[in-house]
Design a protein around this ligand. Structure first.
Ligand code: ADP
Ligand code: MG
Length: 328
């Protein structure tokens, strides 16, 4: 016996309607020869530029709570990918979005896509293709950016004697995550700014680009400042000394034993961690001014081969600073 539903199913959105209606904006963009709708997109980089590629996945239940608003999900997936471009000093240009969706629910999709395109516009990037399949909610965004040939910022270029700098405020997103998972109760005044950092991060594109002629090494802070710093140290075969008290944060209201792990190991910050010669402090500050992004000097690169954390008196802090590892 057939149910009423099977006899009169509601108009369902199919995969190709979804692509046509929600994703294919027929965008005419500089360098986009062929966009959504064919077997592959065709792009043409500007002369004198290298292409930077990066991919990031977001899984429901692992990288975001299942009830996260669709606007925030789209905001975040664009930001985390754009942040990798920022860390290279690249300008985001083109993205591919692969999505597994349990269902094509129009209201949800409208909200998700509205935010997706708003954030892509914000960073100057266009959606040129992707893949859509049915499954548990997963997004994978691949982003392609442009950087003047040979100038992309790398993790391996830190030099002994360099200053270490970081942008923005560190630890807020991790504080919000701890609050939401019930492991910490944030004071009322911190809740809003911390949730904003967690849900709606801003990739530091303008800063990355402005730092191209100034910075030596750079990377974005996604897995905890200490761990990400070690990536630069390993790649550059150098050490570092960081004054923990200099790391910019808005968590002064929390006791040390709560604040320090958030600031050193929290992750999800999407700020830029970079090094530059001490003679270029003025230029670093000018780049930060151009990008309207605050930066703070937090330490220096040494020849010790390891990361030394110090307090305001210069005394060494012994601290387990392993950041997030999906397989640990
Ligand atoms: P194929 O069969 O070659 O994989 P599809 O039928 O999956 O192609 O996709 C048709 C077109 O729609 C392609 O241009 C593809 O890039 C685009 N597309 C599919 N899913 C997405 C998505 N989630 N975001 C952007 N473009 C998409
Ligand atoms: Mg496909």
């Amino acid at each position: 016996m057939m149910s009423d539903f099977a006899e009169n199913p509601p108009a369902m959105l199919g995969e190709f309607d979804f692509i046509r209606t929600y994703l294919d904006r027929k965008t005419a963009a500089d360098g986009l020869i062929l966009g959504i709708g064919d077997d592959a997109a065709v792009i043409r980089p500007r002369a004198g530029h290298d292409l930077c590629f990066s991919s990031d996945m977001l899984l429901a239940g692992r990288h975001f709570f299942c009830d996260t608003a669709p606007e925030d999900l789209a905001h975040k997936i664009v930001a985390v990918n754009a942040s990798d471009m920022a860390a290279m000093g690249a300008q985001p240009r083109w993205v591919l979005l692969s999505a597994a969706l349990p269902e094509l629910e129009e209201n949800w999709l409208r909200r998700f896509c509205g935010s997706l395109f708003a954030r892509l516009d914000h960073y100057g990037a266009v959606l040129v293709g992707g893949d859509t399949t049915r499954g548990n909610l997963v997004f994978n965004l691949t982003i392609v950016g442009e950087v003047p040939s040979g100038q992309g910022l790398r993790r391996s270029s830190a030099q002994v004697g360099d200053d270490i700098w970081v942008s923005g405020r560190i630890g807020s997103a991790a504080a919000a995550l701890q609050h939401l998972s019930g492991r910490l109760t944030l004071p009322e005044s911190l809740l809003e700014p911390c949730l904003d950092a967690l849900l709606r991060p801003e990739a530091r594109i303008a800063l990355g680009r402005a730092l191209l002629p100034v910075a030596h090494a750079a990377q974005d802070v996604s897995d905890g400042l200490a761990q990400d710093m070690r990536h630069i140290l390993d790649a550059s075969a150098v050490g570092a000394e960081i004054n923990v008290c200099a790391i910019p944060n808005i968590l002064a209201a929390l006791p040390d034993e709560q604040r320090l792990p958030l600031v050193l190991c929290g992750g999800d910050d999407y700020e830029l961690l970079f090094t530059a010669a001490p003679q270029r402090r003025g230029e670093v500050c000018a780049a930060a001014g151009t990008a309207a992004t605050p930066v703070r000097r937090i330490g220096r690169i040494t020849d010790t081969g390891y990361l030394k954390l110090t307090d305001s008196q210069g005394c060494e802090l012994r601290y387990d600073t392993r950041g997030y590892d999906h397989f640990a």
